[in-house]
Design a protein around this ligand. Structure first.
Ligand SMILES: [Zn+2]
Length: 403
């Protein structure tokens, strides 16, 4: 966004690789830490080599104990790490090195690659979709390790949501859509093409509302005109969450278009950073230890974000810049699962030229509706509808009422 935080050249270069750009969703201040470097994921094909024997440390309880089955871990670089081979064993996947000591993949019995990790990377591929973690993977004693929180809060919810069935909500019915920015806050501006983010987000949200209502959802908008919800930024953003909370919404979706240097293109999707985790971008938040209301939905958030992101990539045929985590204010306070999408780059003239057309904005809305449907279907599979009383004790034919 045009009025983004001042960034030095290094941050801009890092942004090319890692960070999101639309800065309106105010994020907590970051402080740098000695984190593991996070190169972008690479996908290489190379001869498979069998991994070395397992080396796993002591068993202990997960800090948040989100699942009944616990993970063995070892402490590396002040982080609890789980051997990727333990994930493979639990979910009956076959481990192989794509590139020895560097890239490891896990495939199911049909040979479908479910997960792919690269050493010292903050992201991994989940069924081919790029997902960011809080910590980088590490290579240790012949195997590849991922942080225990990332196993619990990112990898397992995507690999096997049934593991978290008790912590995932039923399919959504009432959805709050938030058109980013508005009024005096234009968001990102593309001056050459005379485009403002606030107008594009509202147009897409209005299209999406129509699509969702046609599919049986109930939809509420945070704004339906060119306005903010409060004069100052923080109350404006808090009020957007409050619209969802007052309505007791089942899902909150904030729609944005991104900003970076002109060459950057693609799609990013954000969900709330889990407690104790680092937001995407390589720095620890000052509030890393704090649990926000949005963290109540960590498991559902990643499932929602994943399906939205996957659907946007397919629908827009865009570059996969990843499902990321950030403590954006609009993600901190919803009482329901929430996500923020940066569907395309308004700062990129190719993306912006597409966004200028109603046809492309309809495609964005269509992809988001399809993503919500996919999320809903994933939850429905975990929460099959209860049989109606008549299906348990069918009434005798003679007593049934005829129209
Ligand atoms: Zn924005």
């Amino acid at each position: 966004m045009a009025r983004a935080r001042a960034r030095n050249l290094l941050a801009l270069l890092a942004g090319l690789l890692l960070a999101g750009g639309c800065s309106s969703p105010v994020a907590a201040q970051n402080r740098p830490v000695a984190a593991h470097p996070a190169p972008p994921a690479a996908v290489l094909i190379a001869p498979v080599r069998a991994p070395p024997p397992a080396v796993v440390g002591a068993a202990a309880a997960a800090p948040s104990a989100p699942v009944s089955r616990l993970w063995q871990f070892k402490r590396l670089y002040d982080v609890d790490y789980v051997d990727v081979r333990a994930i493979a064993e639990r979910f009956d996947l076959k481990v192989s090195w794509v590139t020895a000591g560097r890239i490891m993949q896990l495939a199911d019995a049909r040979g479908r690659i479910r997960l792919k990790f690269e050493v010292r990377s903050r992201d991994f591929l989940a069924d081919g979709i790029r997902v960011f973690m809080g910590d980088s993977t590490v290579f240790n004693q012949g195997s590849l390790y991922v942080s225990r929180i990332d196993v619990i809060k990112a990898i397992v919810p995507l690999l096997s949501p049934a593991e978290y069935a008790g912590r995932l909500p039923p399919p959504p019915h009432l959805i709050v859509l938030d058109a980013g920015h508005g009024g005096a806050d234009p968001g990102t501006q593309n001056l050459a093409l005379h485009l403002e983010e606030k107008n594009l987000t509202l147009d897409v949200v209005l299209r999406l509302k129509k699509l969702l209502e046609g599919r049986g959802y109930q939809v509420i908008l945070t704004r339906s005109g060119d306005n903010k919800l409060a004069p100052l930024q923080r109350p404006d953003l808090e009020e957007r969450d409050e619209v969802a909370n007052r309505a007791k919404a089942d899902l909150f979706l904030s729609v944005h278009f991104n900003h970076a240097v002109p060459a950057v293109t693609g799609t990013e999707t954000y969900v709330m950073t889990p407690q104790f985790e680092t937001s995407s971008g390589g720095a620890k938040d000052a509030v890393v230890d704090k649990a926000f209301p949005g963290n109540q939905q960590d498991f559902a958030n990643v499932v929602l974000g994943y399906h939205l992101h996957r659907s946007l990539l397919a629908g827009l045929n865009s570059v996969d810049r990843g499902l990321k985590r950030n403590r954006y204010m609009v993600l901190e306070f919803p009482d329901c699962p929430a996500a923020l999408v940066e569907a395309a780059y308004l700062s990129n003239n190719t993306d912006a030229s597409r966004l200028a057309t109603p046809e492309f904005r309809q495609r964005v809305a269509q992809a988001l509706a399809d993503g919500i449907d996919a999320y809903s279907a994933a939850l429905a599979a975990l929460h099959p509808p209860l049989p109606r009383p008549a299906e348990i004790h069918p009434a005798p034919a003679s007593s049934r009422l005829h129209p």
